[in-house]
Design a protein around this ligand. Sequence first.
Ligand SMILES: Nc1ncnc2c1ncn2[C@@H]1O[C@H](COP(=O)(O)OP(=O)(O)OP(=O)(O)O)[C@@H](O)[C@H]1O
Ligand SMILES: [Mg+2]
Length: 256
Amino acid sequence: MNPEEVPKDRRPLYAVESISKRYGNVVALENVNFSVAAGEVVGLVGDNGAGKSTLVSILSGVNVPDSGHIFLDGEERHWSSPHDALEAGIETLYQDSGIAPDLTVAANVFLGREILKKGFLGLFGFLANREMQERARKELERVGIATPAASRPVSKLSGGQRQAVAIGRAVAWAKKVIILDEPTNHLGARQAAEVLDVIRQARERGLAVVFISHTLPHVLNVANRIVVLRLGEVAADQPASTFTRESLLRAITGLK
Ligand SMILES: Nc1ncnc2c1ncn2[C@@H]1O[C@H](COP(=O)(O)OP(=O)(O)OP(=O)(O)O)[C@@H](O)[C@H]1O
Ligand SMILES: [Mg+2]
């Protein structure tokens, strides 16, 4: 099934212009333009070291670019921390997903946003575990993620189930933009297909989705548009329907 095309005139919700980023002598990004609209999935692809995660770090406020501009809803923004970007509605699943194995599923979903018990006990930092479990279950269910009991510690889950919790958490909290850096890594075929479904649902809820993957069939399957990074520069930015697997691979490698 071909994802429907996003109208060409749709204004980008989140965009960066002329972004450059160096690490010492390494040029990670050079003059990169990138944008994503509400209700659009943009696939971001490129070889190892092409600059994808560096771009994610700038979109999510982890790194400040050496030069360039960031626009959300048409307004220029400056993130001084990931918290700034989160507050603005940009949720990121990092390549190494940041799941805490010793905490329960529910505690991971609410990590950094814990709900305190009402009244006296809350004053002393007591957590409303029951409420968080119930809401975690509902949130994960709402975004189409089937996980075991929210009260189970994540260390007792399989790698794929942990990944599902991480993705569910990001999709559940995202208000505007969701950035997924290789979310289908280490997943079996069925679980990867479920993740692609969650991405489609996020798009249908009107979120702007950035999806990074080395698995080209996944990207071709779910993306409306594909941006190819090569050695820190944008090598292609086209509707997904204009690529075949072969032409996409050529754009990534630069080989004819
Ligand atoms: N913290 C860092 N310090 C120094 N160099 C870095 C750092 N992070 C990334 N780089 C370098 O910047 C370039 C881009 O790396 P980046 O992680 O963005 O690539 P990527 O496209 O995400 O690759 P992969 O597909 O392997 O995840 C690489 O040359 C990398 O070695
Ligand atoms: Mg990366």
